[in-house]
Structure formats: structure tokens, C-alpha cells
Write a protein that binds this ligand. Structure first.
Ligand SMILES: NC(=O)c1ccc[n+]([C@@H]2O[C@H](COP(=O)([O-])OP(=O)(O)OC[C@H]3O[C@@H](n4cnc5c(N)ncnc54)[C@H](O)[C@@H]3O)[C@@H](O)[C@H]2O)c1
Length: 527
């Protein structure tokens, strides 16, 4: 995503064209106006085009002009004012979100109507009461305008003040998870934890429930507590034992009891400070407390930054298996501060890199090549390379979650790449093998299965083996997978009709789900 390409969206009268000019000047980049481009393309004014083609015809031309603009490298550095309805089509909206920073300018319908006056060139207002028409348009497009990097209310701000606010969002690395009114941003950078008080204040007015584990608490708890201290909002602290063994319903009950005991109401926010274990439990507690209070993620492991803090899966383990009890509940915001990784043991960091390789393989050739280039820096813990890797992984996850949040369309299942055999290896080792190390081995096994099915070229396995080696991850999959490993696969919770839905990597950016029985999988693993 280009951070120097900024799109301004929002209803008519919100100030897009004026702000675009000023913001373009402040950033030192060109300003483009989509309506003017459409007029150049069609040779008539927008109002005339509406009259000749109707709204449907106009939207088709608008989408065509915008798609060409996205593909044009000369617009990589630009502020682009869009039309009020440009981003209504979901696929186009998500393409724009992936291509730059999207800011929605907003104001109450009364303010918009006053600014527009009775402008005859506004086809959607023709013959209608402007306030009524704008109220209806804004209500219809509520989810469209919510899916953005940031919303800026322009009602009581001068254009210069709107630009100052816009500049604060343009500089940051931020990935949007576009889920309509539940849209949220994942910010990635160094030192971002200083933003915690501001983000919490934006999303909740009540008590702050901080959930962490004892290890993270000793390292980062005091600083976080100071930043969360507030004159009127109570701070409730829950420190749980570290590690997977504590991922239980009784740990969640500790969060429930501390929050309810302090008399929280629905304005409260639960903040997870920790790895995936804390994030999953705190999210589960937030989704069930008073039938749901706000939730925020402050991940402190690489695995939590690239995977578990995004996407909304929460849960706890039961004797019957991992993550069998849980909810789907999205956070309000995620702050990935790579500064937290300074205290993370190297083995935990490597485990996170296993998931990063999986994401690059799913994302595409460009992402895989970038990761190969960055691998030496990443294994040395270099911060800019780490930010790039997290951003790539989060962008992939955001795209998949937006398309298949509840895993009903089969897309989200692709994130399971490397996990079927990875989980089996993890379980067989009695969990001495870390999850990310097991995923690394699972990826190589999946590539071999793909070769056995004549879907995957052998060179890809050699390439991934080299990458995993540079990152310090294990690659000795042949020595580790035996008949006893495959017995664990039989317990995979994603089985259907006795077959596992196995994710086969075909090429970078291309994976396919293939149902496989245990005997077939065993044959393919050893072929
Ligand atoms: N919700 C999802 O979508 C999703 C996705 C993947 C994994 N998960 C879950 O995530 C969990 C694994 O997460 P994890 O690997 O982060 O494990 P974790 O939360 O247990 O953290 C690993 C260890 O690192 C310590 N730690 C955390 N941050 C630290 C820091 N900055 N400095 C020093 N020590 C630190 C923790 O105390 C813990 O001992 C599993 O329970 C898995 O099921 C969830």
C-alpha cells in the first residue's frame, strides 16, 4: 500500500475538493479529482453524463476511470478526491483501501446541505429537499463511509484544521480491516504504545480493564498502567499466569469477576497486553461481559502481531482440544508496537516468523520476494524489516477476513496452510515444538503433498526451505513425520466427512483446498 496516495471520500459538501488541494500542497504531491477525470474521459460534464446514462451508467464509467487510475503508476503520489458514491461497490472500495490511505470527510446533513446550497449540478439532489436527501444518502452509505483509515468531521473545522488532522493519519503504517460499521485499524510501528491513551479515549468512555500475563506484566505492566491512568475512568488489573496451560475458562472467569466486581458498565474497554494466549482470552471475556464491551489488542509477541490480534477469533482450550470454546468478536483497534519485541525470547520470535513465511506464500510472488530480501535483517531483529513483514501479514489477513469473516466461504481456511500437519507435529512433540516451528515444517510437508498431487513445482519447496533456514526455522520435515504423526491428523477439528480439508500451496499467491483421507495424506507425505 502506498502511503503517499491518499483518497478522500465522503458525502457531497464534506469538503473533499478543497481539502484535496490543501493536503496535496502540504504533502508536495499532485491533486486529482475523479469527477474531472470522468469529464475528460467522456467529454461531457458529470451532470450531463448522469442525465444521458442514468446513475447506473454513470457508476460504470466512474468505476472504469478509477480502475485505470489505480493502475497508473504516475498516480502513486497523489491526493485524489473521489465522488460521494464512488466507493459504494465493495470490491472497488477494497481495491482502493489496498492502494492507499482512505480518509472519509464527514459532517451532519444540515451542514452539508448548507454548504451545497441549491447546486443545480448535483444530480442526486435534483428536485429533492437537500437535508432529507442527504440524510437518506448518508444512512444508505453508512457502512461504505465507515470502511476507511480514518473519519474526519469537517463540520467545525477549517479546511486547514482538517488537513492537520489528515496528516496525522497519512504518516503512519496502518492496515484497515474493512468490516462495515465494525471496521478497525491495525497500526504497526516502533513506539506506538505511546498512542494507547489517545486510542482508548477515542473508543471508550468507561473503565479500562487491562489483561496481561505475569511475564509481560513484569516487563511492560508498570509503563502501560501509567499510560492508562485517568481521572475519571477506573483501571482494573488482571494478571494471569503465562502460557498455553492458563488458556482456560477459569482464567476468563478471573477477568469477568474483576470487571464485574469493580462495577463496570457497557462503556468499559478490555485491553489485551500480551501474546496470543492473552489476546484470545481477553477477547473472549470482552465479547461476553455484559453481552459485549469494547476490546483492544496490544500484542507483545510477533505471532500475536502477525496473526492472532487480527481477525476476531477469541477462545479458550478444553480437555478435548485447543480453542474449542470461543466467539468471533473484533477489536476496536490494534496497536502493534515492535518495541515490545525487544524483550521477546529469540525462540518466540522465530515462531512468529513461521507464520510470516506462510503469509508471504499465500500473498504472492512480490511478497515472497520481499521477504526473501529481508530475511537476514528479519532474523537479526531489525525493526524496519519487522514492520514490513508484519504489515504484509496483516494486510493479507485483513483481506481474507473482510471477504470471509466467519469462515463460511472457504477463503479463511487458506490461512490454515501448513497447520494440518503442523498441529499434528506440535501435538506429537508434546508441545515441545513451538507452534510457528511446527507451521514451518507443516509448510514444507504441504509443498510435498502438492508435488505428489502434481499441483506444485518442486523448486518452490527448495525456495521455501532456503528462506526458513535463513530465518532459523527447522526444515528437517522428513525425519519428523512418521505414521504416528498422521494419526494426530485424524483429530483435526476442520475435518469434513472423515477427510481433512488440506490447503495445498500451488504457487506464491495461489493455494487450493483439497479434501484428503488419512491414507492418501500418508502416501503423499512420503512420496
Ligand atoms: N485468535 C487467532 O486468530 C489466533 C491465531 C493464531 C494463534 N492463536 C493463539 O495464540 C496463542 C499463541 O500465541 P503466542 O505465541 O503469542 O503465545 P503466548 O501468548 O503464550 O506468548 C508466548 C510467551 O511469550 C511471553 N511474552 C509475550 N510477550 C513478551 C514480550 N514482549 N517479552 C517477553 N516475553 C513475552 C508470554 O508470557 C509467553 O510466555 C495460542 O493459544 C494460539 O491458539 C490465536
Amino acid at each position: 500500500m502506498s502511503r503517499s496516495r491518499v483518497f478522500l471520500s465522503g458525502p457531497m459538501g464534506s469538503g473533499k475538493s478543497t481539502v484535496a488541494r490543501l493536503l496535496g500542497a502540504a504533502l508536495g504531491v499532485q491533486t486529482l479529482d475523479l469527477d474531472r477525470r470522468i469529464e475528460e474521459h467522456s467529454g461531457v460534464s458529470v451532470a450531463e453524463l448522469f442525465r444521458l446514462r442514468g446513475e447506473i451508467g454513470f457508476r460504470a464509467i466512474e468505476a472504469e476511470v478509477l480502475t485505470a487510475l489505480l493502475a497508473d503508476p504516475t498516480t502513486e503520489a497523489a491526493v485524489i478526491a473521489l465522488g460521494g458514491g464512488t466507493l459504494v461497490p465493495r470490491a472497488l472500495r477494497h481495491a482502493v483501501l489496498a492502494a492507499g490511505v482512505v480518509l472519509t470527510l464527514d459532517a451532519a446533513p444540515e451542514v452539508l446541505a448548507q454548504r451545497i446550497g441549491r447546486d443545480a449540478a448535483r444530480p442526486l439532489l435534483a428536485g429533492r429537499d437537500p437535508v432529507e436527501a442527504l440524510t437518506a444518502i448518508c444512512a444508505q452509505r453508512r457502512e461504505v463511509y465507515a470502511e476507511c483509515d480514518a473519519r474526519i468531521d469537517t463540520a467545525e473545522r477549517t479546511p486547514e484544521e482538517v488537513v492537520a488532522r489528515a496528516l496525522a493519519f497519512v504518516g503512519a503504517t496502518r492496515v484497515v480491516v474493512p468490516l462495515g460499521a465494525r471496521t478497525y485499524g491495525v497500526e504497526i510501528g516502533e513506539g506506538l504504545r505511546t498512542q494507547l491513551p489517545a486510542r482508548v479515549a477515542e473508543h471508550a468512555r468507561g473503565a479500562r480493564v487491562l489483561v496481561t500475563d505475569a511475564t509481560v506484566d513484569a516487563l511492560w505492566g508498570p509503563e502501560t498502567r501509567v499510560s492508562l491512568a485517568h481521572e475519571t475512568c477506573a483501571l482494573i488489573d488482571v494478571v494471569l499466569p503465562p502460557g498455553e496451560r492458563a488458556k482456560t475458562l477459569s482464567s476468563v472467569a478471573e477477568v469477568w469477576d474483576a470487571a464485574l466486581g469493580a462495577g463496570i458498565d457497557r462503556d468499559a474497554i478490555v485491553i489485551a497486553l500480551g501474546g496470543g494466549v492473552i489476546g484470545d482470552m481477553a477477547g473472549f471475556a470482552a465479547s461476553t461481559l455484559l453481552r459485549g464491551v469494547a476490546f483492544a489488542q496490544l500484542p507483545t509477541t510477533l505471532l500475536a502481531m502477525v496473526d492472532s490480534s487480527v481477525g476476531g477469533k477469541t477462545g479458550v482450550n478444553r480437555a478435548e482440544g485447543k480453542n474449542l470454546i470461543g466467539t468471533l468478536y473484533q477489536p476496536r483497534f490494534v496497536l502493534c508496537d515492535v518495541g515490545f519485541l525487544a524483550t521477546l525470547p529469540i525462540e518466540e520470535r522465530r515462531a512468529g516468523l513461521g507464520e510470516v513465511v506462510k503469509c508471504a506464500l499465500l500473498a504472492g510472488e512480490r511478497e515472497l520476494e520481499a521477504l526473501e530480501r529481508d530475511a537476514p535483517l528479519l532474523s537479526a531483529g531489525e525493526s524496519a524489516a519487522t514492520i514490513r513483514a508484519i504489515t504484509m501479514a496483516v494486510a493479507l489477513k485483513a483481506r481474507i477476513v473482510a471477504a470471509d469473516e466467519d469462515e463460511t466461504r472457504g477463503l479463511r481456511l487458506s490461512l490454515n496452510l501448513g497447520h494440518t500437519l503442523g498441529h499434528a507435529l506440535e501435538a506429537e512433540s508434546g508441545y515441545t515444538l513451538r507452534h510457528g516451528e511446527a507451521v514451518a515444517l507443516g509448510l514444507l510437508a504441504a509443498l510435498r503433498v502438492g508435488e505428489g498431487l502434481a499441483l506444485t513445482r518442486r523448486e518452490l519447496r527448495a525456495r521455501v526451505t532456503d528462506l526458513l533456514t535463513t530465518l532459523g526455522l527447522p526444515t528437517d520435515v522428513d525425519a519428523r513425520i512418521g505414521p504416528s504423526t498422521l494419526r494426530w491428523v485424524g483429530q483435526d477439528k476442520k475435518r469434513v466427512a472423515g477427510k481433512v480439508r488440506f490447503v495445498v500451496p500451488i504457487a506464491p499467491g495461489d493455494a487450493r483446498i483439497v479434501p484428503l483421507g488419512a491414507a492418501e495424506l500418508e502416501r503423499l507425505c512420503r512420496s
